[in-house]
Design a protein around this ligand. Structure first.
Ligand code: PBG
Length: 315
């Protein structure tokens, strides 16, 4: 009791967001090989998952779509009948209380898997931003509560904010992936989304893992451009960055406990090297202790079930 009384960090389900991968089709539930327990779902199964999420008290989800057709110009990203747009519409109607976050990027919609449009083997920043704006508008129009640009193009937050305001989406929140490192921990996600770049890497637009002060600059730019929430990604190897930003800014900070961080725990637990439940609690607590207000994690359902069933307590 005394330990609880003076405990400095308490994690709660209120701060947790669950990522969902949506695909076209019906009755599809395909496990992502490198992410045991995580599935690509068709919309009917997403709705079943949302019911579970609502029952467990998880406040929101972030949606990623894999379209059937990809092209050079990522036109699927702003198709009003696109997979994520359709999901948002149905989800909002059936579960109005669940916060719907639309990951806004081009990598799942381009044939080459890069987060921007390519011309002469180079990312075209401004053309990419124009398409991201269209994509954000189509998500807001479908009913998304939060737009989460994850592409790392320059100037996109300002253009998205202006476009949202102009179209009357004044209350639509922008949660920017402001600090996104060029990390090795995203590989399982790229399998889930079928979005690995077919040539080159993302080092020209994602951040150098060796830099800390650059994070301050990126965060400041995004906040000045109108980001309501800033995100650090990945979380575990970047707790110092979360903490550093928490000390510098007063906007809410989200941390993305990414796919590789999830798969690592799953693999080690399966081999019997660590205890899975305590590892999950310890990791989520550490991310919160570092200063994250919101944690996006593939452990969300497992964590919420553990709490609900009193399966794990720190004491
Ligand atoms: C899209 C995007 C990525 C992730 C979230 N949004 C992949 C990437 O940048 O390569 C990674 C999430 C994860 O690994 O769980 N750009």
């Amino acid at each position: 009791m005394i330990r609880k009384l003076i405990r400095e960090t308490n994690i709660s389900i209120n701060n947790i967001i669950y990522p969902l991968f949506v695909v076209e089709g019906k009755n599809i539930k395909h496990e992502v090989k490198s992410m045991p327990g995580i599935y690509r779902l068709s919309i009917d199964n997403v709705l079943k998952e949302l019911e579970k999420i609502q029952d467990l008290g998880i406040p929101g989800v972030i949606l990623f779509g894999t379209p059937d057709n990809k092209d050079e110009m990522a036109s699927g990203a702003y198709n009003n009948k696109g997979i994520v747009q359709k999901t948002i519409k149905i989800a909002k109607k059936n579960f109005p209380e669940i916060i719907l976050i639309a990951d806004t990027c081009l990598c799942a919609y381009t044939t080459h898997g890069h987060c921007g449009i390519i011309k002469n083997c180079k990312i075209e920043n401004d053309i990419s931003v124009d398409i991201l704006v269209k994509s954000a508008l189509s998500f807001a129009d479908a009913g998304a509560d939060i737009i989460a640009p994850s592409d790392m193009m320059d100037g996109r937050v300002l253009k998205i904010r202006n476009a949202l305001d102009e179209k009357g989406f004044l209350d639509t929140i922008i949660m920017s992936y402001s600090i996104k490192y060029s990390s090795s921990f995203y590989s399982p996600f790229r399998e889930a989304l079928d979005s690995a770049p077919v040539f080159g890497d993302r080092k020209t637009y994602q951040m150098d893992i060796c830099n800390k002060y650059e994070a301050l600059k990126e965060a400041e730019l995004d906040i000045n451009e109108g980001a309501d929430i800033i995100m650090v990604k990945p979380a575990l190897a970047y707790l110092d960055i979360i903490n550093f930003l928490k000390d510098h800014f007063c906007v809410p900070i989200a941390a993305y406990n990414v796919s590789g961080e999830y798969s690592m725990v799953k693999a080690a637990a399966k081999s019997g090297y660590i205890d899975e439940k305590s590892a999950i609690f310890e990791i989520l607590t550490a991310i919160k202790r570092a200063g994250a207000d919101i944690i996006i994690t593939y452990f969300a359902i497992q964590f919420a079930s553990m709490i609900k069933n009193n399966e794990y307590s720190w004491d």
